[in-house]
Ligand binder design. Structure first.
Ligand code: G3P
Ligand code: CA
Length: 230
């Protein structure tokens, strides 16, 4: 079972920041999950649509230029990263799961990813793009066919795996509370990987392993690795 650091190692460091990403890399995680929002002129790595919870700034991310966001403190003196910075930071070291939140102008996202691949900053195989917005995923798959996409959902409609398969998804990303044997078996039979969020406690980690889940998103990836190595 693979371990993805959720918003980086966000249980111990400010989420989606260099500190959280660096700690995850040091823990030799299988991948790092990060949230992407459109700001006024760029893609930035931040979970909320508003700056208020995770920075000392205020207002909507989408209304704010990166030059202004870049002056804010995201905790422990950390800055909010933009997409380019995060790709350069992780480089080819581990899988990158970009979760698209409120994003627009995806043609720019496609050209940025293509450019980074062409320059050897990242590799195609390490990239996994997920979203609750399956329209965005469908558009992405049509315009960047090589990219792996992960269909996120908070709960499971009965025909969910069927839907994800038709979306040409690589994986389905589910809330840990909605996973069961039946779903895992159905998804796997369709060739889909199953990943669950957010899995932090020993009992949950062991339960996901027992269910045959392919990967978990954890705020405490070091701890999760330790549990799995027992
Ligand atoms: O990508 C899995 C998980 O991060 C989705 O929920 O709110 O933590 O972004 P959230
Ligand atoms: Ca997320």
């Amino acid at each position: 079972m693979q371990i993805f650091a959720h918003r980086g190692a966000s249980g111990n460091y400010p989420e989606n920041t260099t500190l959280a990403i660096t700690a995850a890399l040091q823990a030799q995680v299988d991948g790092i999950e990060l949230d992407v929002q459109s700001c006024a002129d760029d893609f930035v790595i931040i979970h909320d649509s508003w700056l208020d919870r995770t920075t000392n700034g205020q207002g909507r991310v989408v209304d704010t230029p990166f030059s202004e966001i870049n002056t804010l403190d995201a905790g422990d003196g950390q800055k909010v990263l933009n997409l380019q910075q995060v790709l350069e930071l992780i480089n080819t070291q581990t899988q990158i799961n970009l979760e698209l939140k409120h994003t627009f102008g995806l043609d720019k996202l496609v050209s940025t990813l293509e450019k980074n691949v062409a320059e050897g900053i990242i590799e195609r195989e390490q990239l996994l793009i997920s979203s609750f917005d399956h329209h965005q995923l469908k558009w992405l798959k049509q315009n960047l066919p090589w990219v792996k996409i992960g269909a996120l959902t908070a709960s499971i409609p009965l025909n969910y795996a069927y839907f994800a398969e038709n979306l040409h998804a690589y994986s389905v990303h589910l809330d840990k509370n909605f996973i069961n044997h039946e779903f895992v078996a159905d998804a796997k039979q369709r060739g889909l990987k199953v990943m669950t969020y957010t899995v932090d406690k020993q009992q949950e980690i062991e339960e996901m392993q027992r269910l045959g889940v392919d990967g978990i998103f954890s705020n405490f990836p070091c701890y999760a690795k330790m549990i799995l190595s027992r």
